[in-house]
Structures are given as structure tokens and as C-alpha cells.
Design a protein around this ligand. Structure first.
Ligand SMILES: *[C@@H]1O[C@H](CO)[C@@H](O)[C@H](O)[C@H]1NC(C)=O
Ligand SMILES: *[C@@H]1O[C@H](CO)[C@@H](O)[C@H](O)[C@H]1NC(C)=O
Ligand SMILES: *[C@@H]1O[C@H](CO)[C@@H](O)[C@H](O)[C@H]1NC(C)=O
Length: 231
């Protein structure tokens, strides 16, 4: 199986044209046009959002925002309810795994009704930065299905429900699961996203980094987004 997948990837790498203008395979999958200087023919093609949201998984309502600039996509995300928990960043990767587990437990049984709540996408991880852009704390969130107007209360006091307002987010996409993305890659993606926004004179919150994990780790095609929130 691994060899087969490997061979398929090789075929794609050999036959895919390097040009990635909108309408091309990569740009279509990502949802925006890459800046010419940043085009990397080796970049893995991400799973298009249309193939995730509204299929097997519900996502918060969203609408693409018209954008003629390169290097990022823009969308308006509808208001909704989210379940959240704090990440213990001092524990590194384990802190993120523990936060995920707490949210997963909430949707499977650790809620006052003891019932199951459907998994949704994306899993959101927020990173709060200080004036020196160092990470000071982090939270993780699952979107609550829209038909649950009154979600059951969490039984864990480390888990909380929040109402999020409608926002505009700007994003760049990676076709890898978050576990495979290196520290240097995260930094480069966020740096380039902010550079592209600044070039386009778009205001954003520079002290809040957001990561959206749209696919499970076993998914054949992955979609991970780095996002900045419009000011
Ligand atoms: C980020 O920007 C730098 C400088 O323009 C460029 O060399 C690099 O390829 C870009 N990286 C990505 C992942 O687009
Ligand atoms: C949960 O997801 C399943 C499978 O996608 C779907 O059939 C079902 O209607 C969903 N349940 C609710 C309450 O939305
Ligand atoms: C994280 O830091 C921000 C900025 O100081 C603060 O607003 C927020 O309440 C903090 N969240 C947690 C979970 O500590």
C-alpha cells in the first residue's frame, strides 16, 4: 500500500505542470493563486475544502471573499458555537494531544447528556503571541454542529462552550497533516501570509495565529491551513 501511494505521488510529481495559476490543479485545491516567486512544484496538493465541508463533515458556514492578490485566500466565516479547552504549551506536543483528547471526549461522552455529538471540521488551534511574537498560550476548539442550538454542558471543568462572532480570515494551505509540518515550515507560512497581507494593505491581528486542521491524520489527502484574522 505504502509503495503504491508512493508511486502515485511520483507520477503526479512527474506529470503535473509547474505553473500554478488559478484554475490549475494546486490553486484550485488551495482556493487561491500562489505568488509567482513562491510557486513550489514539489508542494503537495491539498484536499479542496469543498471535498471536506458539507460532505461527511459539517464546517462553520463560510463564503469566499473576492481577492485578486496572490499568496493567500480570504473567507468570511459565519458566527457559531465552539467547544474549547486550553493547551498546556509547556508540555509541547503532549499538551496539544491532551487538549484534543479533552475535546474528543466532550463530543463522545463527557457531556451532561452523555450522548454523541458529530465530529466537525476544522479543528482550530489558536496561538496568542506577545509583543516579541513569542507564543504565550494556546487554545484548541471544535465547531459545534449548527443543529445543536443548546449544546450539552461539558462535564470536564477544563472544557468550555463559546459563541464566536462572524469573522474574516486570511489563509494559506498545506497539503500535509499538522504533525508532519516542521517548526520552520509553520514560521515560513505565517511569515509569508503576513507579508502577502501587508503587501495587499489588509489589516489583521498580528498577535493571534490560527491553525485549522481539516483532515484526520489517516486521510489520503490532507488540508491544514495557517490563518490570520482580519482586524
Ligand atoms: C516565502 O517567501 C520567501 C521570500 O519571498 C520565498 O523564498 C519562499 O519560497 C516562500 N515560501 C513559501 C512556502 O511560499
Ligand atoms: C451526524 O453525522 C451523520 C453522518 O454524517 C449524519 O447521518 C447525521 O445526520 C448527523 N447527525 C446530526 C445530529 O447531525
Ligand atoms: C491567552 O493570552 C491572551 C492575551 O494575553 C488572553 O487574552 C487570553 O485570555 C489567554 N488565554 C488563556 C487560555 O490563558
Amino acid at each position: 500500500m505504502k509503495v503504491f501511494v508512493g508511486l502515485c505521488l511520483l507520477t503526479i510529481a512527474v506529470t503535473t505542470p509547474v505553473d500554478k495559476k488559478l484554475g490549475d490543479h494546486w490553486s484550485y485545491a488551495a482556493g487561491y493563486e500562489e505568488c509567482p516567486d513562491w510557486v513550489d512544484p514539489a508542494k503537495t496538493i491539498p484536499k479542496p475544502i469543498e471535498k471536506i465541508c458539507g460532505g461527511t463533515l459539517e464546517c462553520p458556514g463560510y463564503e469566499d471573499v473576492a481577492n485578486t492578490n496572490c499568496g493567500f485566500g480570504a473567507r468570511r466565516v459565519a458566527a457559531g458555537k465552539w467547544v474549547g479547552t486550553n493547551v498546556n504549551i509547556r508540555k509541547g506536543g503532549q499538551g496539544y494531544s491532551e487538549a484534543f483528547k479533552r475535546l474528543f471526549n466532550y463530543i463522545t461522552f463527557e457531556n451532561e447528556e452523555g450522548g454523541r455529538i458529530n465530529m466537525t471540521a476544522p479543528v482550530i488551534t489558536k496561538g496568542y503571541l506577545n509583543q516579541e511574537f513569542d507564543l504565550i498560550n494556546s487554545t484548541m476548539h471544535f465547531f459545534i454542529p449548527s443543529d445543536l442550538a443548546n449544546p450539552p454542558a461539558p462535564t470536564s471543568n477544563l472544557v468550555y462552550i463559546e459563541d464566536w462572532e462572524e469573522i474574516t480570515v486570511y489563509f494559506r494551505v498545506l497539503g500535509e497533516s499538522s504533525g508532519k509540518i516542521t517548526e520552520a515550515e509553520w514560521e515560513e507560512e505565517f511569515t509569508n501570509l503576513s507579508a502577502a497581507l501587508e503587501k495587499s494593505e489588509i489589516g489583521y491581528n498580528s498577535f493571534l495565529s490560527v491553525v485549522g486542521g481539516f483532515t484526520d491524520p489517516w486521510s489520503q489527502q490532507q488540508r491544514t491551513e495557517v490563518m490570520l484574522v482580519g482586524a
